[in-house]
Design a protein around this ligand. Structure first.
Ligand code: G3I
Length: 378
């Protein structure tokens, strides 16, 4: 009995210490969003399984590491308005709720894009191209309905996506062939009318090509001259191990900043795989036939390639951090390597390693490298 009493007294005396150790939390590790705060937002694209919370590990990384989100697919016109006048906001509503619940900067992607647009948008009941007036009305209705729905909640919109060729000429899209160059200012006007407080962006890939870069600068200046709002140019970062060179990327950033807009680095990922053709771009219809020799790392990246990948991604982040006065946001095009569209582009069925988190959602070395670089610059 005496022994039991002594044991009880000892336990009571130890309780505060036991308690202390059992509830002691791990020292919180610095996250990307903490390290980069004050420089630029760090964002990610979300796929539908993350939007609906099915990919719990992905969602955990998103909420811990990022402070900005964009929907990878569900806000494209073919998803939002599959039939004329019939809108489907199920996924988009869920996405915007997610962003708000987690205090994130929400970007809407994208209002006017030649791709992933339903066929009805351009045709009449017998399949012929509609007139300029009808297409303009359809653009207006689509933009007004979508932007108004998320007024004050979606903070910025990719208003026009990928309207130019790499040489700077206009892409021969239906928007261009039916309406002409005016489809761009019209889209910006409709978006601004629907939510005057929303930021508005032009977004494209391969903007490091001088022709494309210079045409975008011209477009920005013309939009501003017409009294239209444009806040930033989105520079899609679909980069590879051998393209683009850093100087060309920086030259494009500098040109956009000099034209009086901010830069958003959007859709960033770095393919670790061999490039099957020069000028890969991001045009989803430009697919190559599978060749085994173009898929060399199915069992993981060799150390030398992983190191080269880390160094190259680090040099891009150093560029972004050094130029953070021009950059508002850097957004990765997905969370883990398994999520990336690059596993199927430009060649379907490959195993790529383009993002910051591996297939088990573990941070790669690059995450701490970015955090260190950001801390150096605090
Ligand atoms: O949702 C269907 C699913 O129901 C079906 O089972 C599956 C079978 O293939 O396809 C699913 O849809 C795919 C969708 O991604 C979701 O995974 C589409 O086929 C596929 O075409 C679509 O690809 C997206 C592509 O845009 C086209 O919209 C990529 O995920 C997305 O990363 C990519 O993103 C674009 C940017 O919006 C603009 N810039 C270029 C970038 C890369 O193309």
């Amino acid at each position: 009995m005496k022994l039991i009493k002594q044991l009880l007294i000892m336990m009571l005396l130890c309780l505060p210490f036991l308690n202390c150790t059992s509830t002691k939390k791990e020292e919180p590790k610095t996250t990307l969003k903490d390290a980069l705060s004050g420089k630029f937002l760090i964002g990610t694209a979300m796929n539908s399984s993350q939007i609906w919370g099915k990919d719990t590990l992905g969602v955990k990384v998103i909420t811990q590491q990022f402070d900005a989100v964009v929907a990878e697919n569900c806000m494209k016109s073919m998803h939002l308005q599959p039939k004329d006048g019939e809108f489907d906001f199920k996924d988009a509503d869920q996405f915007v709720d997610f962003g708000e619940r987690n205090n994130m900067f929400i970007t809407g992607h994208c209002l006017i894009w030649h791709s992933q647009v339903p066929a009805w948008f351009f045709t009449d009941t017998v399949g012929k191209d509609v007139s300029k007036e009808i297409l303009t009305e359809r653009m207006k209705n689509h933009i007004t309905t979508v932007v108004s729905r998320y007024k004050g909640r979606v903070k910025g919109w990719d208003v026009v996506n990928e309207a130019l060729n790499d040489d700077g000429t206009y892409r021969n899209s239906k928007f261009y062939t039916i309406i002409g160059k005016d489809f761009i200012p019209l889209a910006f006007k409709f978006a601004h009318d629907a939510d005057p407080d929303a930021e508005l962006y032009y977004n494209d890939y391969n903007e490091w090509y001088a022709g494309k870069r210079d045409s975008i600068v011209k477009m920005v200046i013309q939009l501003k001259d017409q009294g239209l709002r444009i806040d930033a140019v989105g520079m899609q970062g679909h980069i590879g191990m051998d393209y683009p060179n850093l100087e060309d990327y920086k030259a494009a950033m500098d040109s956009f900043a000099a034209a009086g807009v901010k830069v958003m680095v959007t859709e960033l990922e770095l393919s670790a795989l061999p490039t099957p053709r020069p000028n890969v771009g991001a045009n989803i219809s430009d697919i190559e036939i599978y060749r085994k020799e173009m898929n060399p790392y199915t069992d993981g990246l060799p150390d030398s390639v992983a190191t080269a990948w880390t160094n190259r991604m680090a040099s891009f982040f150093k560029l972004f951090i050094d130029n953070s006065d021009k950059i508002e946001r850097v957004t990765l095009w997905g969370v883990s390597d398994a999520d990336s569209w690059k596993n199927d582009f430009p060649m379907p069925g490959r195993t790529d390693y383009p993002l910051l988190f591996d297939r088990n959602h573990q941070p790669k070395t690059i995450v701490s490298t970015i955090i260190q670089e950001a801390k150096k610059n605090k």
